[in-house]
Write a protein that binds this ligand. Structure first.
Ligand code: FES
Length: 183
């Protein structure tokens, strides 16, 4: 078993294909500088966000290992965090990520029907992506908009009080269609 430092060195060598641009590395340093010295682990969440944004919208093992190297952490410390929070994607996602809240208030107001309707429209279940790479469906925990249940997040926007018609409109607009499907 290699020593931890050797392990990190080996991982660094394997990670040549994943690396931030000079500008992004500067951003990482600025994030780390917000926290006390030796507490670079506190920068993990924002650096993972940055990595997800930069490397195709998801975190591969290679990307997580790269983040571990940057923050001088063990890879397992990064995996633990990345697998805990639903905001990190651990496999490739489609162009449009539909994150449907499935916690109590949304569930009581029909989130399961919304998920079922998305399956009816797009043929994808939670965790799946359409064959054309356009849509990924994900179910997530409370997004803090319980008063607008059922709701979903699409990119940085919330879509609230969802109905079948609103899902039709959403899919049509993401697909670049001018007419709205009605079923
Ligand atoms: S329960 Fe869905 S936003 Fe809170």
């Amino acid at each position: 078993m290699p020593k931890s430092t050797d392990y990190k060195k080996e991982k660094t060598n394997q990670n040549m294909s994943v690396s931030f641009s000079a500008d992004k590395l500067k951003e990482v340093q600025q994030i780390i500088a917000r926290y006390p010295e030796e507490r670079q682990k506190s920068a993990l969440l924002p650096v993972l966000h940055l990595a997800q944004q930069e490397f195709g919208g998801w975190l591969s093992t290679e990307t997580m290992d790269y983040v571990a190297t940057l923050l001088q952490l063990e890879p397992i410390e990064v995996y633990e965090v990345a697998t805990f929070y639903s905001m990190y994607n651990l496999k490739p996602i489609g162009k449009h990520l539909l994150e449907v809240c499935q916690t109590g208030p949304c569930m009581l107001n029909g989130s399961e029907e919304i998920v079922a309707y998305i399956y009816e429209k797009l043929g994808i279940r939670p965790g799946q992506t359409t064959a054309d790479g356009m849509f990924t469906l994900k179910t997530v925990e409370c997004l803090g908009a319980c008063g607008y249940a059922p709701m979903l997040q699409l990119g940085k926007n919330y879509r609230e009080h969802l109905t079948r018609q609103k899902i039709d409109e959403l899919i049509a607009s993401c697909s670049g269609q001018s007419t709205v499907a009605t079923t």
